[in-house]
Design a protein. Structure first.
Length: 311
């Protein structure tokens, strides 16, 4: 079984949503119910889609420019962001879930699916305008941090959205840091971009899990060093709150790292207990309790198939 922080949070919030998203969903299965669950799992809120556009532009355009030892220009970055935004908005309005014969991969970067289209009248113009304003603001705030970008540009290797995984606790732990930077004569750095409109999220747990995965995973062929040789406190952890224009360096101690390990172990144990040794085809939706909170159900992207099965 694969474990991720997002899966753990989903399991804690609603085991039935976890079942739909991580057990039932499949893009390649012949079973229409499994493909439907996969497609529903791609639905996003407007705020979630906004964050995805920001992540995409930073990973491809901003980091791509830094890799070439150049500084990204605001005009060019925003122009590309607007192109992707408009292209994905057009796809979202067409609602790709209505095209079951077109796999997600066939849409390329144009793919976007919004929960408000599946379950309502779609995003309002105010929501769309606000999404673009916040995308623009987030990217402008990052691009103004020239010293920080120059430090990233000086890295030997920049790895955006690189999957790291290792086996422990009876599961395969899988993480995808926003950015890993390796330097010639300095320890690696992990950067996590946040697009929250309010500063209520502390990314220490996420970054602690990323740091552990970087040290414990099998080094990729293009790693310039073996991160396992680094002491746990050597790997630098940076959280960038893009909308709030704040940057924070996380300094973790042994207790923090132990807490992160305990979180994974306890979560993985609960998930494995829920599966009880069964494979996907042996599982039934009734085996996984739904959240008792109405707001969780109302905002769930799987409510159509969940409610159909309860009818």
């Amino acid at each position: 079984m694969k474990w991720s922080l997002s899966a753990a949070k989903t399991f804690r919030k609603c085991q039935r949503e976890w079942y739909f998203r991580h057990c039932l969903a499949s893009p390649t299965a012949n079973d229409p119910a499994r493909r439907d669950a996969f497609n529903l799992g791609k639905l996003q809120t407007v705020a979630g889609w906004r964050g995805s556009v920001v992540d995409d532009i930073i990973s491809r355009t901003v980091v791509g420019t830094l890799k070439a030892r150049k500084m990204p220009e605001t005009g060019g970055v925003l122009s590309e962001a607007r192109r992707i935004f408009d292209m994905q908005l057009d796809t979202a309005r067409k609602h790709p879930l209505r095209e079951p014969d077109m796999p997600v991969s066939s849409w390329g970067r144009s793919y976007a699916a919004l929960a408000s289209v599946e379950y309502g009248d779609g995003p309002t113009m105010d929501e769309i305008d606000r999404a673009w304003t916040e995308i623009s603001e987030a990217l402008r705030n990052l691009l103004r941090r020239r010293n920080f970008l120059e430090r990233l540009s000086a890295a030997k290797i920049l790895m955006p959205q690189r999957t790291l995984q290792y086996a422990d606790y009876g599961v395969t732990v899988v993480v995808v840091p926003d950015l890993v930077a390796f330097y010639e004569d300095e320890p690696p750095a992990i950067v996590d971009w946040k697009t929250h409109a309010v500063g209520t999220s502390d990314a220490w747990l996420q970054l602690a899990i990323y740091s552990s995965a970087l040290r414990r995973c099998k080094p990729h062929k293009d790693f310039p060093e073996a991160p396992s040789a680094r002491a746990p406190d050597e790997i630098r952890l940076v959280e960038v709150q893009l909308l709030l224009d704040r940057m924070r360096r996380h300094e973790l101690d042994d207790e923090d790292r132990a807490s992160a390990d305990d979180y994974i172990a306890e979560s993985a144990t609960a998930m494995l207990a829920a599966l009880d040794g069964r494979k996907g085809h042996e599982l039934a939706v009734e085996d996984f309790p739904a959240s008792p909170f109405e707001t969780v159900c109302e905002n769930c992207v799987f409510k159509r198939i969940c409610w159909e099965r309860q009818a």
